[in-house]
Design a protein around this ligand. Structure first.
Ligand SMILES: *Cc1c(COP(=O)(O)O)cnc(C)c1O
Length: 387
């Protein structure tokens, strides 16, 4: 089943799968061997070389979903991010990064790059002029993430790709929030796409994994570093991830629809102040999102009206769980100020537009009526107790 004309859900379900020639089973068999008969030095199979049967099969599927030539799967999203960056940046080089990137990526840059003599500049990536100005002679990589966490800012991907091409520097995007369902940055000219597969690709809050998609040439450069860093994913989890991706299309399409309905409902709710969702025409980046995304994703943020306490509201929810991670089939909510962005100073949060009462909502696949009811009930308790 390797036809070029396969649609998205067919790729999710079948592409790259290993045929069970022994028993004609319906799904890919799982190969847990860490030891394989030795053919020759160049082709020997070993899990840390990213070339076991299950790893190779899943890489084909993920590469196909992102319209890239090749993929590698890692033990975490951060293993994918760190291996990719260290594959292309060395001592004396410079990287330009979008300011509001994932906290773990910012920690990698802020805590490790100085030790290795790597220079970095954070910029407002919504402004093409600012991005171009930040590029220096030794700049090797331009790194973005869109939509971003937690305010769902959207960056013009094609504009960033063009800046990269003009200055002959590599463009890298963290495509975790959109997932391949909603946008394919390689089709817009981006060189390398990274995913925390822990999020939408996994989708059930039970897998930690990462993935990178790029050209064969770039992937070979990444592989040469990856085998030394040793961040490959165990084959059992590779197999679970293949199973999860079978439903990626239908899960994320439902999450897109649920998030859009919830965003519109919250925006019209008298107890809610601001709603941040790229699918709302009121979102400052709606026009760019509409241009480059097929769906607006399952993530949104909102603020309660002044006087309503966000922590107390969160504590009253019963169906929507308070949780650090995101993108599962179950709805989760968190306060960026108390969790993901707690290490930033008050000023840094204010600079990024993150208010203390902001809540980040990862919308699941539940019936929206049940989600609305959960929020309504929590608000009623809050207003009764604290009025
Ligand atoms: C979670 C996340 C990561 C890191 O992924 P892990 O699998 O936790 O290592 C990177 N980028 C984004 C946008 C994420 O949400």
């Amino acid at each position: 089943m390797q036809s070029k004309k396969m649609g998205f859900n067919t790729i999710c379900t079948h592409y790259g799968e290993i045929e069970d020639t022994q028993f004609q089973g319906a799904i890919s068999p799982i190969y847990l061997s860490t030891s394989y008969a030795f053919d020759n030095v160049d082709t020997k199979r070993y899990p840390r070389y990213f070339n076991t049967p299950n790893q190779e099969a899943l890489c084909k599927k993920i590469a196909k979903l992102e319209h890239g030539e090749a993929a590698l799967i890692f033990g975490s999203g951060m293993a994918a991010v760190s291996t990719t960056l260290f594959a292309f940046i060395k001592h004396g080089d410079h990287i330009v990064l979008q300011r509001n990137i994932y906290g773990g990526t910012a920690n990698l840059v802020n805590e490790e790059f100085d030790k290795h003599g790597i220079e970095y500049t954070y910029i407002d990536a919504t402004n093409a002029e600012t991005v171009s100005k930040a590029i220096k002679k030794n700049t090797k990589v331009l790194y973005i993430e869109t939509p971003s966490n937690p305010l769902l800012s959207v960056i013009d991907i094609e504009a960033i790709a063009n800046i990269g091409k003009k200055h002959n520097i590599l463009t890298v995007i963290d495509n975790t929030f959109a997932s391949p369902v909603n946008q394919n940055p390689i089709l817009m000219g981006i060189d390398i796409v990274i995913h925390s597969a822990t999020k939408y690709l996994g989708g059930h809050s039970d897998i930690l994994a990462g993935a990178v998609v790029a050209s064969e040439e770039h992937m070979d450069t990444i592989f040469q570093v990856a085998k030394n860093f040793g961040g490959s994913l165990s084959d059992f989890t590779v197999w679970m991830l293949e199973r999860s991706i079978k439903t990626l299309g239908i899960r994320v399409k439902q999450q897109n629809q649920n998030a859009q309905e919830m965003a519109e409902w919250l925006q019209n709710h008298s107890d809610i102040d601001q709603v941040y969702y790229p699918g709302l025409p009121s979102h400052p980046d709606h026009a760019i999102a509409k241009k480059q995304m097929r769906g607006y994703g399952g993530m949104l943020s909102f603020e309660l009206q002044p006087g309503l306490d966000a922590s107390k509201f969160q504590a009253q929810l019963s169906l929507i769980k308070s949780s650090m991670s995101l993108a599962g089939v179950e709805s989760t909510i968190l306060s960026p100020t108390l969790t993901s962005h707690a290490l930033l100073s008050e000023q840094e949060r204010a600079d990024q537009g993150i208010k203390d009462g902001l809540l980040r909502f990862s919308v699941g696949i539940e019936e929206v009526e049940d989600l609305k009811q959960d929020i309504t009930a929590a608000l009623e308790v809050l207003k009764k107790e604290y009025a």
